[in-house]
Design a protein around this ligand. Sequence first.
Ligand code: HPA
Length: 272
Amino acid sequence: MNAYEMVNRAVASVRKVTSFEPEIAIVLGSGLGALADKVEAECVLPASEIDCYGRSTVSGHSGRLIFGRFEGKRVVVQQGRIHYYEGYEMGEVVLPVRLMCALGAKTVILTNAAGGVNESYAPGDFMAITGQIAQFVPSPLRGVNDESFGTRFPDMSEIYSPRLIALAREAATEAGATLREGVYLQASGPNYESPEEIRAFRTLGADAVGMSTAVEAIAARHMGREILGISLITNPAAGVSCTPLSHEEVKAAADKAGERFLRLVSGVVRRL
Ligand code: HPA
């Protein structure tokens, strides 16, 4: 079964349970978990009840889709991301975002925790993603193409929507959050990067580095969706400060910024 056939299977299994049609898909990154509790849920589907849907193995992420109302909009929220570093194929990594788009979502909001490559970024800053570098991980479009999803060679000159970035600026001001704008680079993980890699990434034009998002953005853009990406800067990337990186530090910084992250994303959704 190819990656698109898997998505079609997943769609069919969801449609046996709910006819809910979301307008907006939201992928929750570290720090934004609390958003899930704010959705007036109509239907919650655990990963185990969706055909072909992978299970996240990262502690603290329960894999499920939540369908309901948030800020007056019909949304589907993905809680528990599937990461490439867990060992999944890229088709499995992007299955949830493709599924949410296939179920009706026209707008996709991708969030994540990231390391600051740009030396002027501080932990607790947010960054609207203006562009991305994804050549250090395989493309999720590698393999057979299904024209009903998108074209074989899709344009990627404007992955992230300037209209949505403008809404994020307004929402950040309202939330009292610092919103940077910059380029996100997806590394493969699970190891954090070396200081030499971070220096190289900075030379290449990256402002933030993480282990997700860019491939999901490619898959959603392939399907012609409008995308917003927001990173929460949880730490200076390797070599930017002298302290070694730890997952605990990243999680603690993400939790600390959780409330502002929620206000920021709520403000964006309200404006859509
Ligand atoms: N590198 C990669 N991924 C990350 C980082 C980092 O420094 N911080 C949070 N996610």
